[in-house]
Design a protein around this ligand. Structure first.
Ligand code: ADE
Length: 249
């Protein structure tokens, strides 16, 4: 059971994003409690202002510190164990290892960054982690928050129905996934590999492992370099290399 609070100026966007599929079912079954918190609730002026012009001048609007601090007082109450994330393209890159780390927490808060930036005092005093979902700039932190909470929620025990499923994900063991097929066995002349139809599970597992190795080696040199081959893997890679040199004499 994990609790995830999302602090946002666009609560409908988060609400919509958590109302489907596995993330919705995880909430219904008590695997995850997700609270959507409207930052404007913590403003006190008539216009419910959450941003202001930068001290020192210049363009762009800056997210104000007071509504964020008050929201966090309410949600966290000074509990130092709570992870408070700020979505920010300058932050630590989000990946499966980071998702696994967050999935072990009891309580995570995600503050969706906005405008040209946030008041530096938010970073200095209120946030534990700054998180980027990739090297591109989005208009706000809501999509990153949904990405993070989806990846973290599906790792909770019981979230996927099938307990073993996260083990089969890409990256779970440092390799990409093998190809998948379903029926029909032939469509427009595009066929399913025979080995998957012959019912020999030892051979199927071997084939799948070999394809995981092939994909990772060919597509993700970064993962390939970090991966330690088992004895079986070494044999499978040799087989791959042999068939490849057969094809290109
Ligand atoms: N806000 C804007 N772009 C972002 C990104 N790539 N990751 C996290 N937060 C962001």
């Amino acid at each position: 059971m994990i609790r995830i609070d999302v602090i946002t100026i666009l609560p409908e966007m988060i609400q919509q994003g958590i109302s489907h599929s596995i993330v919705r079912r995880a909430q219904e079954s008590g695997v995850a409690e997700i609270r959507v918190v409207d930052l404007r609730q913590y403003t006190h002026d008539r216009h419910r202002t959450t941003d202001d012009t930068p001290c020192g001048g210049g363009g762009g609007m800056i997210m104000k510190v007071e509504p964020v601090a008050e929201a966090l007082d309410d949600l966290v109450g000074g509990d130092a164990k709570v992870r408070v994330l700020l979505t920010d393209p300058q932050g630590r890159k989000f990946d499966q290892a980071f998702a696994r780390e967050l999935a072990t927490e009891e309580h995570v808060v995600i503050l969706c960054g906005h405008y040209e930036g946030v008041d530096e005092r938010i970073r200095q005093h209120l946030v534990t982690d700054e998180v980027s979902i990739g090297d591109y700039v989005l208009t706000g932190g809501e999509l990153p928050a949904l990405v993070i909470l989806d990846a973290v929620t599906r790792l909770q025990t019981g979230a996927l129905g099938d307990e073993g499923a996260p083990d089969r994900d890409s990256f779970a063991d440092g390799l990409l996934e093998h190809p998948h097929y379903t029926k029909p066995r032939e469509y427009r002349g595009w066929t399913v590999p025979d080995i998957l139809l012959e019912g020999n599970h030892a051979l199927i597992n071997r084939w799948r492992r070999k394809e995981q190795l092939r994909r990772t080696r060919d597509r993700r040199p970064d993962l390939w370099e970090a991966y330690t081959l088992t004895e079986l893997d070494k044999q499978l890679v040799k087989e791959l290399e042999n068939t490849e040199t057969d094809l290109c004499p």
